[in-house]
Design a protein around this ligand. Structure first.
Ligand code: SF4
Ligand code: SF4
Length: 354
């Protein structure tokens, strides 16, 4: 698999990275074999996080004896110095290593969190310390809000940024990626499948792009791979089929030729129809404060990866959220996709109750 240099880290990373979220609730033996298969296929960038259930532990076991073949990126969701410090120690224990390759602040999405993590008693200090002590080789930041990430890299020194970039959300490419590139940071992409929305087999079917037939998931990841700044695209992989699909895509070099991005971008409208695109525009309209995209995302993960229960949701917690919906319909005005939100929320609860 083709490798690229990850900015100032100098690390050579595979174009496709292994995102560990989907192995969260998979059996350990299966998860370990899948990670090893990915490494065998040439994927050397393994992305996990303290918040992704037992994935650090599974990856630690999967790479035993193969440490030199892989680059391990993990994240701490903690915001304070002391909590992050404890979190880093736990990651090191679970991953069974003395040094993490890339240690990141996880999900820094608003100004308050940014100020907290970069403050004197914030988590950033714990990352710096870990790097000084040799517990981390490089430090990075991740999030879903490009302007917050841009502010972060302008305020403090990071080695890497991991941000969302997809067919339906290209904002990171406007300011964040060029700025990060100018500063020499490594750039990694996540959420190219829009939180799994672009990888739904069957419902979305196959695409014809430039005379080539590919799955929606391949089209969405190919779009991210065509980004000129990013060294690697982290894709959540939860089955051998998904792994094979991505390896096959990466082998189709011609798919990423100039002009491919434009071709695939035109598919955004058709692919997007009928799916929640996680934009969140509906949320401010809901008097009950329901996190509508969260429920729809959980539904997709439940349907796609069989993740009915994880650290973020359980069938019971989804039912509790959905039960708050009074079917008032106020959210409908905010949805650019014209989704029948109250009906779909009820359907989500049904999916979880099966
Ligand atoms: S229909 Fe349900 S989700 Fe929509 S605004 Fe009303 S309570 Fe909120
Ligand atoms: S506005 Fe529509 S597409 Fe956007 S998050 Fe809400 S339900 Fe999803």
């Amino acid at each position: 698999m083709e490798k690229r240099i990850l900015g100032r880290t100098g690390l050579e990373v595979s174009r496709i990275g292994f995102g560990a979220i989907p192995i969260m609730d998979k059996p350990e033996d299966f998860s370990i074999r899948l990670v090893q298969k990915a490494i065998d296929a040439g994927i050397n960038y393994l992305d996990t996080a303290r918040g992704y259930g037992d994935t650090e532990e599974k990856i630690g076991k999967a790479i035993k004896g193969r440490r030199d073949e892989v680059i391990i990126a993990t994240k701490t969701p903690k915001r304070s110095y002391l909590e992050a410090k404890a979190n880093i120690e736990r990651s090191l224990r679970l991953l069974q290593m003395d040094t993490i390759d890339i240690l990141q602040l996880h999900g820094v999405d608003d100004v308050e969190t940014l100020n907290q993590v970069l403050g004197e008693q914030g988590a950033y200090r714990a990352l710096l310390e870990a790097r000084q002590e040799g517990k981390a080789r490089f430090i990075g930041i991740t999030g879903h809000n490009p302007s917050i990430l841009t502010a972060a890299i302008n305020r403090e020194s990071f080695d890497l940024v991991l941000a969302k970039f997809s067919i339906t959300d290209r904002e990171a490419d406007e300011v964040l990626f060029p700025s990060a590139n100018d500063k020499g940071l490594g750039i990694a992409i996540m959420k190219s499948l829009d939180g799994g929305l672009m990888g739904i087999p069957g419902e979305a079917g196959r695409l014809e792009i430039g005379g080539e037939s590919m799955s929606v998931a391949q089209g969405a990841v190919a779009f991210a791979l065509s980004n000129r700044y990013a060294a690697t695209v982290v894709v959540g992989l939860g089955s051998k089929k998904q792994l094979a699909e991505m390896v096959e895509l990466e082998n189709r070099k011609q798919s990423m030729d100039d002009g491919f991005a434009e071709k695939v971008a035109t598919l955004a409208e058709t692919i997007g129809k009928g799916f929640c695109l996680q934009c969140g525009y509906c949320k401010p309209y809901c008097p009950e404060g329901i996190d509508i995209p969260f429920v729809f995302k959980a539904q997709i993960y439940s349907e796609k990866f069989g993740m009915k229960r994880c650290t973020m949701w359980t069938p019971e917690s989804i039912k509790q959220i959905v039960d708050k919906c009074t079917a008032c319909g106020e959210c409908l005005v905010g949805c650019p996709e014209k989704l029948t939100i109250p009906d779909r929320l009820r359907k989500s609860a049904e999916v979880f109750s099966q």
